[in-house]
Design a protein. Structure first.
Ligand code: DSN
Length: 421
């Protein structure tokens, strides 16, 4: 990182970058969708590649001078196919929401019916929220989760057979159980049989949150079942902020056209280089261990919180996250997330299923361990963190004591010790 140059050019901005580095170093990051990339991933994003226009696909560009970015983008595509075992990868989407938008543009006509998980039950904005393009331009049928915090596949099938959606989305932003992609495919096939000839239903899996767990073989892969698999690259996958679409060969050309010129202009080749580096890292044996540790850490944190009398939606986790349910304690997600921030833990307020409170207040806090696991925390640290969170929620220790404990943990596991500013 070229802090000296930034400082010289813009002391005002550099001061906030410095403060942000210190914030990340001195707090425990439990936002389930965040992570800490390698320094190589960050460096690629600050490289000369940011200067290059490269509209189009590798070797079929609308600009000259693309011989280097062509190679880089091709490497990223190949590594993605190797990691996930897919036929085709488009690594250009600027984000997960844009990856989903491109699939919608390719697969749907305005007004088509789409079925996805309801946002307040753990779905994503781009899976049909009424305030998002997906909910504005398409007819949305939502499914939720049951009292055990699980998808009720029989209910999903019943809804699907009733509404015959053109697109079914399997995936979530806040769901702590393993997703049965095979069952989703069976449901999609049953819907296809009810749709007009030549107009079958499609299945899209959004694995933004669980990408690393899928890549490492810790969770089942949707690739054999789904027409489209979308992901972000910055969550469990630990790369730069961005998106990827994987698909079967039959959809490759259409998906590529939907990304460009459909919804995007010039791809961010500096970010694509960073994606390539992150994908290489994800192909390493160390990354497989990282994915295993994520699950061990999440399970340990979940058990500790429950042993401390804190309710968790679904009373278990099978992935990297969980949602604290504050209803019994009569607290709000907003207050608890703010109180956690005061003691050096960052998490986000989140609705619980059938939440009586608004999305700005909520009755839950979503907690995830990918970033904390990258930092080096293991089961023992998760037990400590669980007790700190429980004490904060129950008000059984002072904020000063709890802040001291989080800071001590951060000091024991330094983050980015070689970055100076
Ligand atoms: N809503 C983001 C999250 O899961 O935090 C993803 O876009």
């Amino acid at each position: 990182m070229e802090f000296e140059r930034i400082k010289k050019a813009d002391p005002e901005v550099s001061e906030y970058i410095k403060k942000e580095l210190e914030r990340q170093q001195n707090t425990i990051e439990l936002i389930a969708s965040e992570n800490f990339t390698s320094e190589a991933v960050m460096a690629a994003q600050g490289s000369v590649l940011t200067n290059k226009y490269a509209e189009g696909k590798p070797y079929k560009r609308f600009y000259n001078g693309c011989e280097n970015v062509d190679k880089i983008e091709e490497i990223a595509q190949k590594r993605c196919c190797e990691l996930f075992g897919c036929n085709h990868a488009n690594v250009q989407p600027h984000s997960g929401a844009q990856a989903n938008m491109a699939v919608f543009l390719y697969a749907l006509k305005h007004g088509d019916t789409v079925m996805g998980m309801d946002l307040s039950n753990g779905g994503h904005l781009s899976h049909g929220s009424p305030v998002n393009f997906s909910g504005i331009y398409f007819n949305i049928v939502s499914y939720g989760i049951d009292g055990n915090g699980e998808i009720n596949y029989d209910e999903v099938e019943k809804l699907a057979l009733e509404h015959k959606p053109k697109l079914i989305i399997a995936g979530a932003s806040n769901y702590s159980k393993i997703i049965d992609f095979k069952r989703f495919k069976e449901i999609t096939d049953k819907v296809s049989a009810l749709r007009p000839e030549g107009d079958r239903a499609y299945l899209m899996a959004d694995i933004a949150h669980i990408a690393a767990l899928v890549a490492a073989g810790e969770h089942p892969s949707p690739v054999p079942y789904a027409d489209f698999v979308t992901t972000t690259t910055h969550k469990t996958l630990r790369g730069p902020r961005g998106g990827i679409i994987m698909c079967k060969e039959e959809h490759a050309q259409g998906v590529d056209k939907a990304v460009f010129p459909g919804i995007q202009g010039g791809p961010l080749e500096h970010v694509i280089a960073a994606k390539a580096i992150a994908l290489k890292e994800a192909l390493s044996p160390e990354f497989k261990e990282y994915a295993k540790q994520i699950i061990k850490n999440a399970k340990t944190l979940c058990k500790t919180l429950m042993a401390e009398g804190i309710d968790i939606v679904g009373s278990d986790t099978e992935n990297h996250l969980m949602t604290v349910d504050l209803r019994r304690l009569d607290k709000t997600g907003k207050d608890i997330a703010n109180e956690l921030e005061e003691i050096g833990i960052t998490a986000n307020k989140n609705t619980v299923p059938n939440d009586p409170k608004s999305p700005f207040v909520t009755s839950g806090v979503r907690i995830g361990v990918p970033a904390a696991t990258t930092r080096g925390f293991k089961e023992n640290e998760m037990i400590e963190i669980g007790k700190i969170i429980a004490n904060a929620i129950k008000g059984t220790d002072t904020k000063e004591n709890l802040r001291e404990k989080t800071l001590e943990l951060c000091k024991k596991f330094p983050l980015y010790p070689d970055i100076l500013c």
